[in-house]
Design a protein around this ligand. Structure first.
Ligand SMILES: Nc1ncnc2c1ncn2[C@@H]1O[C@H](COP(=O)(O)OP(=O)(O)OP(=O)(O)O)[C@@H](O)[C@H]1O
Length: 261
């Protein structure tokens, strides 16, 4: 992939089983340099969108263009290559606990290595230096040799971010990355994601339950209700009327988190 990537999702459909229509002709764009947040009630389809974007689940139709290439049309080999440039950040961090922060970050290179080199844990000095630099970028310079299960949730999520950066991503997909974090760690993680989007011109696509966090940190907001996009626009235009539309008639679990430190 080359050039500046933009993610463009066009008329994406997903049906689970026979009749469970989870995404209904979903359209939205996410620009490099911006944080794009997907908000909506529980069960609206946020995770289904993220999992479709990197084709962890197969959808039923539409287009997913990254840098004008349709990810849906990629064969297995091409998909592996595309996925290598898509970082993932998870609610439960998905780190390998007994390993150190540095080792976990180095795992971000696995997709770029031969199976044998990956299995043997063979990393070059340049890769190690880069991993250390990335840990410093997320404020964990002094924790490189600490086991991940000895780090706080917020620190573990920052290791997850450094690991994603080790993939040299065009885009980072974040599935509720702050759901398990306290308000202070939430701010640290969101500050880092926003800074990285700008500095590295990354597309950051993030599922959020916390409306206030989305409004504060996202440049662009996509609102989904029952599988259909009901709002797309700058975060400044998300007012009460828009929120009512996004969360209408739903058993909303959305929370407005406190912004205290
Ligand atoms: N594997 C599956 N099989 C069948 N239905 C599924 C599956 N995964 C999700 N769904 C359904 O698809 C819809 C969208 O689910 P999804 O997990 O994408 O919502 P969400 O907005 O991410 O919810 P939450 O905020 O609670 O995580 C829901 O109705 C859900 O029950």
């Amino acid at each position: 992939m080359k050039g500046t990537a933009m993610l463009k999702v066009i008329e994406l459909d997903k049906t689970y089983g026979q009749d469970k229509h989870s995404l209904k002709s979903v359209n939205f764009t996410a620009q490099p340099g911006e944080v794009t947040a997907i908000i909506g009630p529980s069960g609206a389809g946020k995770t289904t969108i993220l999992r479709s974007v990197n084709q962890l689940i197969r959808d039923n139709g539409g287009q997913i263009l990254l840098d004008d290439e349709d990810i849906r049309q990629a064969n297995k080999k091409e998909l592996r290559k595309i996925r290598h440039h898509i970082g993932m950040i998870f609610q439960n961090y998905n780190l390998i606990s007994p390993l150190t922060a540095l080792e976990n970050v180095l795992h971000g290179r696995l997709g770029a290595k031969s199976t044998m080199a990956g299995m043997l844990g063979l990393y070059s000095n340049a890769e190690k230096a880069e991993a250390l630099e990335l840990l410093a970028e997320v404020g964990l310079k002094d924790y490189a040799y600490q086991r991940c299960d000895q780090l706080s949730g917020g620190q573990q999520q920052r290791v997850g971010i450094a690991r994603a950066l080790m993939q040299h991503p065009k885009m980072i997909l974040c599935d509720e990355p702050i759901a398990s974090l306290d308000p202070k760690s939430t701010r640290t993680v969101m500050d880092i994601l926003r800074r990285l989007a700008k500095e590295k011109q990354l597309i950051i696509l993030i599922n959020l339950h916390q409306i206030d966090v989305a409004r504060e940190y996202a440049d662009h907001i996509v609102g989904i209700n029952s599988g259909a996009i009901v709002f797309e626009g700058p975060s400044q235009s998300v007012d009460d009327t828009v929120l009512q539309k996004i969360y209408r008639q739903a058993d909303s679990t959305a929370t407005v988190t406190a912004n205290e430190n």
